[in-house]
Every structure is written in C-alpha cells, then in structure tokens.
Design a protein around this ligand. Sequence first.
Ligand code: NAG
Ligand code: NAG
Ligand code: NAG
Ligand code: NAG
Length: 543
Amino acid sequence: MQLVGAGNSIIWRLSAILLVLGIVIAEDPYRFMEWNVTYGDIYPLGVRQRGILINGQFPGPGIYAVTNDNLIINVHNNLPEPFLISWSGLQNRKNSFEDGVYGTTCPIPPGKNFTYKLQAKDQIGSFYYFPSLAFHKAAGGFGGIRVLSRPQIPVPFPQPAADHRLLIGDWYKTDHQILKATLDSGRMLPSPDGILINGRGRNGALFIFKQGKTYRLRITNVGLQSTLNFRIQGHQMKLVEVEGTHTVQSTYSSIDVHVGQSYSVLVTANQAPKDYYIVVSTRFTNQVLTSTAILSYKNSAGKASGPIPNAPFGLDWSLNQARSIRTNLTASGPRPNPQGSYHYGQIKIEKTIMLQTSEGKVNGKQRFGINSVSFVPGDTPLKLADYFNIKGVFRVGSMPYFPTGRPISLDTSVMGLDYKAFVEIIIQNSDNNIVQTFHLNGFYFRVVGMDKGQWRPSSRSQYNLKDAVSRYTTQVYPMSWTAIVVALDNKGMWNLRSEIWARQYLGQQFYLRVYAPGNSTRDEYPIPDNALLCGKAAGKKLI
Ligand SMILES: *[C@@H]1O[C@H](CO)[C@@H](O)[C@H](O)[C@H]1NC(C)=O
Ligand SMILES: *[C@@H]1O[C@H](CO)[C@@H](O)[C@H](O)[C@H]1NC(C)=O
Ligand SMILES: *[C@@H]1O[C@H](CO)[C@@H](O)[C@H](O)[C@H]1NC(C)=O
Ligand SMILES: *[C@@H]1O[C@H](CO)[C@@H](O)[C@H](O)[C@H]1NC(C)=O
C-alpha cells in the first residue's frame, strides 16, 4: 500500500504544480500495480514442482485496463536470478525501452525491482504477459491482459454477462532449469507432459454459466510449443475479437489457437442445465494431449458425461479456418471510426522481406535461426547500445532481408528498416514437422495470406487486401508460407521471434531496428529515468 501511495503522491504533486500554473489537462488514468515475483510450490499436474508466482499466484494476476490507460507496474524480483517480463500485444508505442525482452531492457537483478511504465495507447483487446529470460516461461510468471473499450466507443456485440480468461498451454513436470540445461547442452526437449487450463490440470478449472446468458471467453495459448484446439461440448462459439481486432462474427464449433495467440468468443448457455466439458487438445502432434475444464450451469442437473468431442482433422481445416478470420470493417476498434477506414490494401509496399526458418548444428549443438542466422544475445541490450552509441554490440544488417542458403551461423542479428516504411514480410516454414508461430513486438500487422508450398510473386494474387485480420502473432503451417504487411510507425528496437519457445531460446529470433535520424520525442520517448543499466551501458548517465 505504501508503495502505491508513493506513486500516487508523485502524480498528486504533478497535478498540484499544474493547478498552480493554471493548466488543466485531461490526463489518461493511471493504474498502479506492485508485483512480487517469487518461487513457490505448484502442483498443476498432480506432482510438486517449482513455479514462478506473482503475488503468490500461478498464473499471475490479470491486468485490466481501458484504452489509453497508463499502467505502472513495479516488479520486485525475489528470484535468485535475473528476471524480466514482456508484454505480448501491448505496443509500447515510442517506447521500446519498456518492452521487457533482453534486447531492449536490462534484466532486473535478484532482490531488485523495476517499474515498467506502459500505456495501452489506442488499443483494445486480449493480450498476455510472460517472463522473457532464460526458460522461465516453462515455470509460470504469465497472466492475461485485457484492454476494454472506452465507454463512449461502441462495441459490436451486447455486453456479455461475464468476461472469463482462459490461459491454455502445454506443460512440463520437469523444472524449467533442467529444460534449459537440456537445450544448453544442444539437445531437444521431450514432448510436453500435459495441458493446463488456467494453471490447472484435468477438470481443475470451473466456469459457471446462467441459463440463457452469453459469456465472453478470452482464450490465449501461453504454452511452449503446441497448437491447441479449443472446443466446448454441446456449444457453439461466436468469434468476436482476435488480438485487438473485432472480427466478422462467424460461428465455430472449435478453434485452433496457435502458440502465443489470443481469441475472444461469445458462448451462450442455451443447452440443458447440466455440466459440459471444455476441451483443449494438441494438434499436429504424434501423441495427442488432451485436457478438460468444466462449464457448469447454475442449477446444473448433473456432471459432465459422454464422449468428449473430437477435434476436426487435418491441416486444410485449420488453414481454411485461418482464412475465414477477417476484420469487421464497419465495427469500431479503439477509436470511434470504423476499423475499415484504414485502407492498408492501397498503400504501396516499399520493401519486401523474406524470412525462412533454418536449423542446424553449430559447434555440435542444435541451433535454430532465420535466414541462416541464429541469434545470440549481446553483452548489452541492443536498444541501450544504440541509445548510448556503444560500438561492437551489434551490427545493423546482420539479419539479411532474404534467405542466403548459407549454413547456419551465430550472430546478434539486427535488421535495419526505415521508420514509417510500409513493408511486406513473407515467412516461409521449411520444417515439415511443426506449426510455427511468429510474433512481432511493437506492431500490429495484417495477415494478408497463407498457403502450402513455396511463396512466389504470383502468390500475391491471393492476398486479402480488403479485410485481413490485424494482429501480432501468426501461425505458419509446415512447409508453408504466411505473408504479412506492416506499417513501421513505431521507432525503436523490436523483437521478431518464433513463439516455439525452445526454438526462440536456441536463436530463432532477431531485432528490427526501426530507425530515422533525429531524436524528436514526438517519434520516440527518451530513455525512462528509472532505466536499469547493464553490460557496457552500466554507469552511463541517463540525462
Ligand atoms: C515478496 O514475497 C517474499 C516471500 O513471500 C517476502 O519475503 C517479501 O517481503 C515480499 N516482498 C514484497 C515487496 O512484498
Ligand atoms: C523500486 O521501487 C521503489 C518503490 O518501492 C521505487 O521508488 C523505485 O523507483 C523502483 N525502482 C525502479 C528502478 O523502478
Ligand atoms: C460488424 O459490426 C457491425 C457494427 O457493430 C455489426 O452491426 C455487424 O453485425 C458486424 N458484422 C458481422 C458480420 O460480424
Ligand atoms: C540528439 O541527441 C544527440 C546526442 O544524444 C544530441 O547531441 C543532439 O543535440 C540531439 N538532437 C536534438 C535535436 O535534440
């Protein structure tokens, strides 16, 4: 409480000064959070293991915000090792310093704290946060973020009776440090042990619905590697939102949620009042892992029973579903103007980039990469090296714009791109065995096309240039391509990575340096006054 008070008092003092000066500004509201990160025992699959707790909770507390709210989150690291949290989907506009990945932000040392200053600027939708260093994500430390529309902005569906968060993901019983050591030794991980729904195993999570009411479920795949199919026995789901975009409201009996993706669906309790299974199962894996939660009607007449519904079969089903997910052009987004008012299909593409997944051995150890470059962190966060003009940490251009066909090699890979350029990025998955997902920090992109096989210039003829969905995480099917277009309207250093966590850890990621000369704070905020400094930036003066 004391700490919250301290934060508030600064705001009060600022307000007082502004009052004295006779200035009245309508400032966006602030939400203060104090987070204590610790290890603690958890038993999600029935055996004791070490989890990462936030304020004693696994998963961590949910973040609630309204468009434009400021989020001031003071993270106290009480783990015996460095720790960072990243915000998947919060854009951190003009502010890559707060992005919480090692390329932008110094780790919080053990026993220390760092206050993130974030803003849900011009955003709505369902996102999540997660620990970005080491292999912490396999131990918890993640939670949901929901950004609600401002009261005056219409939402394209009636207010649901309740808004439930479902964090689903594959899970290992093995300690995260053992998993990390396996990867460090150059070996791959075994298959996960199970599936968790809100941190619980089979039938551990319960959702109570009232007959006749409609509920919003915000589903995020917080897992490490598995595409998950989500379905509810006896119930249909109406898709309404994907990662900040209000979608065409199509009805589905199941939805594929790829690693790192978020979907909002509406579910109406219109069946006989009893209990039903909520089912989550892995896709495109040899061994199918399945878990269930319980949807219970108030005044339920009986327990869930009968066969659990099967997932639909095959890659084509999944690909067709992905193509059917489109933006509702007439619905509002974070602003009152409809989402269709931005005609991305009419903007000239200034640059085409092709990213191809690569893998191979370096010094006898398994590595993954993009365009034959496998990322290794520098000794200093790249954003800080850039800011303080420290040489020798990274080289712009170390990530090529096209596949090179060379054998895989290690580098602190950074791709240089112009601020405000409009670019096309084609991601080619050259692995026949896994569904990939790629995530870009700092930007929304339009998923204009995806198909099996090799992308060719003629593939552009099948792009959706009208109502492609705008999101920040896209799947790329095995031996297939996905094309996105993105306006690089956010200056800074931004992580582009595979969400397949072991592959990300073993180098399948790089940074985009979105650059323009000059240092106007209109385009990019200065370094935060509480920024931690480390590596070659240690001891530098902040102002
Ligand atoms: C965080 O939790 C640990 C362990 O419960 C406790 O010792 C410590 O005082 C807490 N710190 C804060 C800032 O709440
Ligand atoms: C650590 O927390 C204290 C209050 O508990 C706060 O004053 C300080 O700014 C925080 N440190 C950082 C680096 O954010
Ligand atoms: C799109 O949004 C509009 C405006 O809110 C709504 O009336 C309409 O039903 C939605 N259309 C579809 C197909 O989801
Ligand atoms: C930009 O930053 C550099 C060094 O950090 C400084 O010398 C220069 O005056 C700044 N330019 C403007 C326009 O603020």
